[in-house]
Design a protein around this ligand. Structure first.
Ligand code: FAD
Ligand code: SF4
Length: 397
């Protein structure tokens, strides 16, 4: 008789009870399961261990002296891609959903952890283990809210599944990697997306109401490479708002404290990452981190247009200027914001340089946030690569 795994004796926390990471909790879902047993090692906000977990997942941690790895993490390959026939209603062209469907259809995995929405609310996340392509398709498009994806981990173990694909954002994947060996799987595949500036459901409402002309009809939005937020409405129309016109003074506390303290924008521990920010407008950005990621991408390559990544412009001055502007919550009048948007789109950073712009802006902001709100955590919580990135800029006190 095998002895009971130690975590099975632990008890999930009740919904709404205070989490071990306190206000920094990103509601990743781990503490909704008996894997809470491992929370002190596994939680991304209690025990930052990206370097060690990179070595576990990719056989080595990132080369800090390689400029691309410093920013984008361990990788074998990067490219820009888009589906020749986009999936209608996907966040971009649906590369993530397509890979998941292929893996299920070909029997490579028995289930896919992904996140649908509840019947009542298109933005309320509802994590599931999908066992059919229809269930994966129903999870397409971002739920731009903190999502407890790992809350289904007990179901994984109980189902007896041995081969699993998990789709998730950085904080979920950090905790997942930390408990991976306890899940009883033969093979775990991890398909990640970059993630930044996430919000609670209440925070999302405030963001929509402050920023969109019609908050109730928004079905989808993205901060895009043309320095505008693109909202898509129920009637198919698109609304754009320049970044520089956002009402920063009202939005400053809208982002979740976890996301203001996160330095894993690029999902360092996934096997394969699919985002958009290192690619030209309209294209998706793919980072292949290891052989498993390569195997996953190969399944859909014949459905994709692919081009090499490019990089253009210089972000440094724009980042440096944005640091005090954000700190003082400067909001430009809309005409000036639109003008600035047009100018920066023409001469501003593109491709990988746009991705670096976004990483630099968020890491400097988050570094200041942790320094001011959790100074005792600063040294251990900020990974070495992020310290080097932030160190390129002059920060206010
Ligand atoms: P689809 O085929 O539409 O599939 C989307 C998948 O995302 C689904 O399988 C679903 O399970 C999963 N998902 C949805 N919401 C969540 C959630 N809250 N948590 C975990 N998984 C979820 N990319 C960038 O390059 N830069 C960014 O700044 C950036 N910010 C993001 C912020 C958030 C909150 C999220 C969820 C994603 C972000 N991305 C970002 C990724 C990008 O928006 C797309 O998700 C990605 O390019 C995949 O597009 P797709 O059309 O292939 O996805
Ligand atoms: Fe638990 Fe996840 Fe919250 Fe950390 S972030 S306290 S692991 S639910």
């Amino acid at each position: 008789m095998t002895s009971l795994s130690p975590h099975k004796k632990a008890k999930a926390l009740k919904p709404n009870s205070r989490r071990p990471a306190k206000e920094l909790c990103s509601e990743c879902g781990l503490c909704d399961t008996y894997y809470i047993h491992y929370v002190k090692e596994a939680c991304a906000f209690i025990n930052q261990q990206i370097g060690e977990l990179e070595a576990q997942a990719h056989t080595r941690s990132r080369h800090l002296d390689n400029p691309d790895e410093l920013y984008f993490g361990v990788h074998q390959d990067m490219m820009a891609a888009r589906k020749q026939q986009p999936i209608e209603g996907a966040q971009w062209t649906g590369i993530v959903s397509s890979i998941a469907i292929e893996m299920l259809n070909r029997g490579i995995v028995e289930g896919v952890v992904c996140v649908q929405n509840t019947k009542e609310d298109r933005f309320q996340p509802m994590p599931i283990i999908a066992r059919t392509p229809e269930e994966i398709l129903a999870a397409r498009v971002n739920k731009p809210t903190l999502s407890p994806n790992l809350s289904i981990l007990e179901q994984v173990e109980q189902s007896g599944m041995k081969r699993l694909l998990v789709i998730g954002v950085g904080c979920q994947i950090q905790a997942l990697r930390a408990v991976e060996k306890q899940l009883g799987l033969e093979k775990l595949y991890v398909l990640g997306t970059p993630c930044v500036d996430n919000v609670t459901r209440a925070g999302l409402q405030k963001f929509l109401e402050t920023t969109s002309r019609s908050p109730d009809t928004v079905v989808h939005y993205e901060f895009m490479q043309d320095f505008r937020v693109h909202f898509k409405h129920e009637d198919g129309s698109t609304e754009t708002v320049p970044f520089f016109g956002l009402k920063t003074n009202q939005l400053k506390d809208v982002f979740a404290p976890s996301c203001m303290s996160c330095f894993d924008y690029v999902n360092s521990l996934a096997d394969l990452v699919v985002g958009y920010m290192g690619a030209p407008f309209g294209w998706q950005w793919i980072v292949v981190r290891n052989d498993t990621g390569n195997e996953m991408l190969d399944l859909v390559k014949d459905q994709l247009d692919i081009q090499p990544v490019m990089s253009q412009g210089n972000r440094k001055e724009a980042v440096q200027q944005s640091i005090p502007a954000y700190d003082k919550a400067v909001t430009l009048p809309m005409w000036a914001a639109k003008l600035m948007g047009v100018v920066i789109e023409r001469i501003g950073p593109k491709g990988l340089e746009y991705a670096r712009f976004s990483i630099d802006s968020h890491f400097t902001r988050n570094y200041l946030y942790v320094k001011r709100n959790h100074p005792e955590k600063l040294e251990a919580h900020v990974p070495e690569y992020a310290k080097r990135i932030v160190g390129q800029y002059k920060l206010p006190k």
